[in-house]
Design a binder for this molecule. Structure first.
Ligand code: SDX
Length: 478
């Protein structure tokens, strides 16, 4: 029989701390690699000779759209790599600021670069002018992702540069929104036209290399977007709660400030760390629908704010980023772990998709779910309602994996546990997809800027299966 002190000791070790979160992640990494070790090693390449041959299915399944050094997903091994770094290691040791820098610039920053970048993002989260403009709209009754796209566009207007440029005449600012009108130029040695932002506020630099991007218009707008979309998302949360928007706290990092600005409460060190990990996990994921949408818009030389708006639009669908909200609704509908079996059988009999499961690429367990699952367990330990939700999720996962895992390679994806984590941190359910966007802006920006280095407008084909030689008949003879 355990005496009182042993039990208290055990409870204490179970209490989640920033340290044991790292252990949890490294344990998940060991388990992941052990489980997929028998899968064949991928054929990797460092150069591509275009045109490439690939077998393409509906929805561009299997199509190769471009080369990239930004991120790699291996579906059979369950690998997720950002710029060569394993996602488990980045979650165990990095921060969202550092990971965003890595995705954008292709290398980890030095300590001084990281300090400067962290400070810069915090300053750029300060967008009172945009927040004020947002309050001119019925944000509280809008679909949160529509509101996020609206707010991102409001950031685009030159007038929001008043957030940081207090001595500019209002008249001049309101006169035009030329801050991101692109000019197509063809610098010497470049194969294709280069997408260039023309603003009086930033020097014009042709991005000769990732490092040359620093200080260029492209990268300035990416920094503005990564920081500003988080503030816009938090403003939506505050407005929906009937509260006024908040400004970032000087002592908080990106994740902590997002949490503070949306909940109004200074997050604990543990909450800040878990938010940081969630943002790292969602930052990039190959050519997913929303990243591809951003790239397609940018490839027409539209501007990056509108390209990111396209990413927000694509992410909002329940088959993509919107699944995290649907999962929590689904778990509430199931209600109890004991109902999971019957619910699963009814749903599959009705040929309905189960939210939070399956993936176009992963035919193994999504590594992101391997981290978010155990974190959910830790966070819900002391909350009866959430503990039941988590237990229901575990029961459903057991049903799905036992019935569809081996046969159809259907496993939990990133959206299955993320909603439980957000709920435990006080984020309202309708904002879950906006949290996904707050993170994915980093991946969208990185891939847009990389693609524009050798831009070519996206223009796939459709196989025409219609008729020919139809004769026109005037309306009165039909
Ligand atoms: C994200 O692309 C990315 O990288 C996305 C993402 C990212 O980080 O950007 O990872 C984020 O979007 C994760 C996915 C979130 N969406 C969901 O959880 C919604 C539920 N999942 C499914 O809609 C589906 O799995 C997709 C959309 C994710 C993938 O769909 P596919 O690759 O087009 O697969 P499919 O619909 O062609 O299904 C293939 C088979 C079908 O069975 P058959 O008709 O061949 O008998 O698998 C079955 C499907 O019925 N299937 C499922 C299922 N997903 C696929 N059956 C039940 N439940 C599911 N969830």
């Amino acid at each position: 029989m355990k005496n009182k002190t042993d039990k208290a000791e055990e409870q204490k070790t179970r209490e989640p701390t920033v340290e044991n979160i790292r252990d949890l992640i490294l344990d998940a990494k060991k388990k992941a690699y052990a489980e997929t070790d028998s899968e064949p090693e991928p054929e990797l390449t460092s150069t591509v000779e275009w045109p490439v041959t690939c077998t393409v299915g509906p929805g561009l399944e299997g199509a190769i759209a471009c080369e990239s050094k930004i991120g790699y997903v291996n579906g059979s091994k369950g690998w997720l790599i950002y710029r060569g770094y394993d996602i488990f290691d980045l979650c165990a040791y990095s921060t969202f600021e550092e990971t965003s820098y890595l995705l954008l610039h292709g290398r980890l920053p030095s300590q001084s670069e990281l300090t400067e970048f962290t400070t810069s993002l915090r300053e750029r989260m300060f967008i009172p002018q945009t927040q004020r403009l947002m309050l001119s709209f019925p944000i509280e009754t809008m679909n949160p992702m529509s509101a996020l796209r609206l707010g991102t566009n409001l950031m685009r207007q030159k007038q929001t540069y008043r957030d940081r440029d207090s001595d500019t005449e209002v008249g001049e600012i309101l006169a035009t929104d030329d801050d991101t009108i692109p000019m197509e130029t063809r610098p010497a040695g470049k194969k294709n036209p280069v997408f260039e932002f023309l603003t009086g506020l930033f020097k014009r630099v042709h991005p000769a290399s990732a490092d040359a991007l620093v200080g260029s218009d492209e990268i300035e707008s990416c920094y503005n977007l990564i920081a500003g979309v988080a503030s816009v998302a938090a403003t939506i949360g505050r407005t929906r709660a009937g509260r006024i928007p908040l400004e970032p706290l000087p002592e908080c990092g990106f994740a902590g400030n997002y949490l503070y600005m949306v909940t109004g409460k200074r997050p604990t060190a543990l909450e800040e760390r878990i938010m940081d990990i969630s943002l790292i996990l969602h930052a990039d994921h190959g050519m997913n629908a929303s990243t591809f949408a951003s790239m397609v818009v940018a490839s027409t030389l539209s501007d990056i704010y509108l390209a990111i708006g396209a990413g927000i639009s694509a992410l909002s669908g329940p088959l993509h980023g919107g699944a995290n909200v649907e999962v929590v609704k689904m778990l509430a509908e199931i209600g109890d772990p004991s109902n999971a079996g019957n619910w699963f059988r009814d749903t599959t009999a009705a040929k309905k998709k189960i939210m939070g499961f399956g993936h176009r690429v992963y035919k193994a367990y999504d590594p992101r779910a391997r981290i978010l699952g155990p974190i959910s367990a830790l966070l819900t330990e002391n909350d009866a309602t959430l503990k039941k939700t988590y237990a229901t999720a575990v029961a459903l996962e057991a049903e799905v994996v036992s019935e569809l895992g081996a046969t159809k390679k259907i496993f939990p994806n990133v959206d299955f546990y993320s909603g439980i984590v957000y709920s435990a941190m006080g984020i309202p359910r309708e904002l879950y997809t906006t949290v996904f966007a707050v993170s994915r802006v980093a991946g969208w920006c990185a891939r847009v800027v990389e693609y524009l280095e050798n831009n070519r407008i996206f223009r796939p084909r459709a196989l025409y299966t219609g008729t020919f030689d139809e004769k026109y008949i005037p309306p009165n003879e039909r």
